[in-house]
Design a protein around this ligand. Structure first.
Ligand code: HEM
Ligand SMILES: *[C@@H]1O[C@H](CO)[C@@H](O)[C@H](O)[C@H]1NC(C)=O
Length: 294
């Protein structure tokens, strides 16, 4: 009976995922114009924006451990605005130097035009593609916050939360249970990702450092498959697998690499549209680490 019930849930979940995908996911419903965003936002004011970001990301992620770092930074920037360097939780965050470098380059050609938020969102997209993940369109025109809200860093999920609080965090940003399950698939890559080849990859010539010459472990749905073998690293990853609200979706994605790949792009695009500041609500920072002082 239990087996029947859980396999029925599995098929319902699978059906829901494929229906969402066939309906063009949620991308079509993101009202970017309403937010004052546009894919052409920098076409006149900073035509080299995408090329600069793309070139810089390519340079930096020769150290392939930086691609996951950028993806995580983007997630936290969107969901908790918690990427202040001083915050306790940000000790495990890397990749700020890439954004600084991109920003310095952009300021040379388009003074105070391209926001840090847009630069990070685009860098995270390019990093995802370079790791073998999907491409998505980033709508431009998001402004940077004027004030850093240091307290918000408390919201950074550390890996021991329960599923109810993770769902609450996501729902407070207009993200749903499918977004939570799909975006967590990003844990398939990164420093702490659990892969059988990890020690080889991450202990180059016994230096404890990653082998810079090895290609990135590919971005795929291995996260879901590994969790079935109970090789997830964070407690939250195991909870996602065992919780009745998320487990069926996790199981469905373990068998559906293409659905995962497609929906990841959709959910990342959706993630980029939370807590959006436009027009006078924000500013274009000249220094991504601090609000402007003028
Ligand atoms: C919602 C629950 C989540 C929790 C509890 C969580 C927690 C964590 C933790 C604790 C780490 C390890 C940090 C370290 O010690 O190096 C990590 C890494 C990572 N997370 Fe998450 N995360 C969550 C969701 C997400 C989402 C939605 C993304 C989507 C982009 C993401 C992308 C990543 C990536 C790519 C890494 C590897 C970073 C690196 O290698 O530097 N995470 N996460
Ligand atoms: C989940 O975590 C929150 C915050 O720590 C806590 O208030 C809540 O009681 C927990 N819920 C369950 C079901 O354990």
């Amino acid at each position: 009976m239990e087996v029947l019930a859980s396999s029925a849930l599995f098929f319902v979940a699978l059906h829901l995922v494929s229906a969402a995908v066939q309906a063009g996911g949620l991308l079509g419903t993101v009202p970017i114009e309403e937010y004052g965003l546009s894919f052409q936002y920098y076409q006149q004011s900073c035509p080299q924006f995408e090329a600069v970001v793309g070139r810089k990301v390519k340079e930096w992620i020769k150290d392939y451990t930086l691609a996951p770092a950028l993806m995580r930074l983007h997630f936290l920037d969107c969901v908790v605005r918690g990427s202040e360097r001083s915050a306790e939780a940000s000790k495990t965050l890397r990749g700020f130097e890439i954004i600084d470098d991109i920003k310095t380059e952009l300021e040379k050609s388009c003074l105070r035009t391209a926001s840090c938020v847009d630069s990070l969102a685009t860098a995270a997209r390019d990093a995802t593609v370079s790791a073998g993940g999907p491409y998505w369109m980033v709508p431009y025109g998001c402004k940077d916050g004027r004030v850093s809200v240091a307290g918000e860093a408390d919201k950074v999920p550390m890996g021991h939360e329960n599923i109810t609080s993770l769902l609450q965090l996501f729902q407070s940003q207009g993200l749903n249970v499918l977004d939570l399950v799909v975006l967590s698939g990003a844990h398939t890559i990164g420093r702490r990702a659990c892969r059988p080849v990890q020690s080889r990859l991450y202990n180059y010539k016994s230096t404890g450092k990653p082998d810079p010459t090895r290609p990135d472990p590919t971005f795929d749905n291995a996260y879901y498959k590994n969790l079935q073998r109970k090789t997830g690293l964070l407690s939250t990853d195991q909870y996602l697998y065992s919780d009745s609200r998320t487990g069926p979706l996790m199981a469905a994605l373990a068998t559906q690499p293409n659905v995962f790949n497609y929906q990841f792009g959709v959910s990342m695009a959706k993630l980029g549209n939370v807590q959006v500041l436009t027009g006078d609500e924000g500013e274009v920072r000249t220094d991504c680490n601090a609000g402007n002082r003028y």
